[in-house]
Design a protein around this ligand. Sequence first.
Ligand code: FAD
Length: 689
Amino acid sequence: FGIDNTDFTVLAGLVLAVLLYAKRNSIKELLMADDGAITAVSSGNRDIAQVVTENNKNYLVLYASQTGTAEDYAKKFSKELVAKFNLNVMCADVENYDFESLNDVPVIVSIFMSTYGEGDFPDGAVHFEDFICNADEGALSKLKYNMFGLGNSTYEFFNGAAKKAEKHLSGAGATRLGKLGEADDGAGTTDEDYMAWKDSILELLKDNLHLDEQEAKFTSQFQYSVLDEVSDSVALGEPSSHYLPSHELNRNADGIQLGPFDLSQPFIAPIVKSHELFASKDRNCIHSEFDLSGSNIKYSTGDHLAIWPSNPLEKVQQFLSIFNLDSKTIFDLKPLDPTVKVPFPTPTTVGAAIEHYLQITGPVSRQLFSSLIQFAPNADIKDKLTLLSKDKDQFAVEITSKYFNIADALHYLSDGIKWDTVPVQFLIESIPHMTPRYYSISSSSLSEKQTVHVTSIVENFPNPELPNAAPVVGVTTNLLRNIELAQNNVNIKDTNLPVHYDLNGPRNLFANYKLPVHVRRSTFRLPSNPSTPVIMIGPGTGVAPFRGFIRERVAFMESQKKGGNNVSLGKHLLFYGSRDTDDFLYQDEWPEYAKKLDGSFEMVVAHSRLPNSKKVYVQDKLKDYENQVFEMINNGAFIYVCGDAKGMAKGVLNALIGILSRGKSISSEDAAELIKMLKTSGKYQEDVW
Ligand code: FAD
């Protein structure tokens, strides 16, 4: 097919992509500055072989994690190696080391690698990626490794980072032991994929290292001590030690609190306003506005806000009760070796750790069951636990399908007998740590510089298997709903709230509706030229960043008009979808925007559950607008997709492939290739979850 506008823009885009590729390290470094280091090494030595040798380690586990999942699995794997084989394992974030000496690491290395974005390495793996991609043939000929990739098959570049790492390591002569593990979050099988990979790797390691397997025995990485008194240096749930009364906050002369605010230290931001966007029979959606003034945080339209939640009081009580723990016990943790970092502020109390630092809700892993066997309160329970930890189908039926969290599952297994045989250290080291949740910012930094808007759908549904049990709830979204109700003086007794929180937080740090947050930079950006046409596809809360985009265009056009400039805005076409008309987000705002943008903004709406009507999705509407969409793409439109990664993003992609294929009279394969090029050149961007 001949060169037309699309092809030309794709070509131009490719050139841009090559330039961006060459510059991506500095871009990633910029991004890294935002999310900071999770694990640090107290010695400060970054030479990987030296640290392994100096600390007499006989196994190395490395992880490259974006949201903490690869880190969790790397730590689980390390613990199992210690518990079953008594190995002296070092588990480390690749961000904290240099790899020039990787070939001289005298031990086998396991690598846990997450894939992020378009098949990319996580931000913190920039140096590791650089090193392995540029390693000469034979440069890693002494290295023996295995690898477990964490990915999602609903994305195009499934486990792209792990596959790429694997290709370069083997190209440099390293020897892989066992299969490349490929976890698939899209199919919801990450845990089972891990278990299958791990079992095969452990068998292989047993042979390779002549290991004797012992009954799993927990060995703590920390010296645990109990203290008597709460002093100003005891954390009661403060998200970082900077917020302890014993610590001076770092402020400049104007009283601005200095960051950086990232995964290691959030900003405590007031929610200045929040309201319910809709409340239907079984769903609520909350709009929350966070004020970042006094923090020096700058955000750009299209970025994400990370919100640091705490656990609901009901879940905290349930957890304390099943393990028979005293919430007031004060403890301290000291690492037993310099390659380990204490995961949250200490000393702290058991209650604070459970409420603020541990992820006590959410699905239970079979791996956790198997490591709990050693602490079963009696022989019968031990047998049941052993059976379930070995039988994935039975585990799925008895535990996963019932939406049990860890306390529910243990209560079910022991029929209420307390698990006071489980040491607190084990819980601290085995239960995943609380991580922030990310939200696509729905405001525009041009129209509201210091205020960040978030649009969240509240996760709360009846347990499908156990209708009389408590509903299944999300931690952060119910917290936002609790705040919204309290802030608007709704009597909580009149509501059907499934869970409640201590909204004042540790030492009243969160009083008056504050929450810890940080901003994560994204690459989801409007084209810099306002005359470029834009197609946005965002059903449900996927519309959040597009509200930000449109507010950005409105603010821009108003400032141009004021300055007497006559700028013409390209067509901005938004495909939005909701179930019915009562869950139509920001319904009153869109006509206002259309008026202010003099018709350059148009919205097409699909409803999937209107009574007595056919289900219509955004991808169906794309087809209805086929000619217009094709023409816009041909004229260089940028395409943005936001929202559900599973069904919607794929459906939209297929609809667009069809539109391009028919419009250009080319095969679907060629149309898919064109879209791939649009993606590489940044003209097709996804913000999906
Ligand atoms: P969690 O506590 O994390 O729970 C997650 C889910 O697990 C819930 O559905 C919960 O009901 C379920 N669950 C709880 N216990 C169990 C159990 N025992 N077994 C099985 N399931 C269980 N969301 C938005 O609403 N708006 C946005 O703009 C938005 N933008 C995002 C942008 C990005 C880049 C990403 C990655 C995600 C985005 N999300 C957005 C999703 C958001 O980050 C959260 O995942 C979501 O709000 C749920 O958080 P939560 O803490 O309430 O639920």
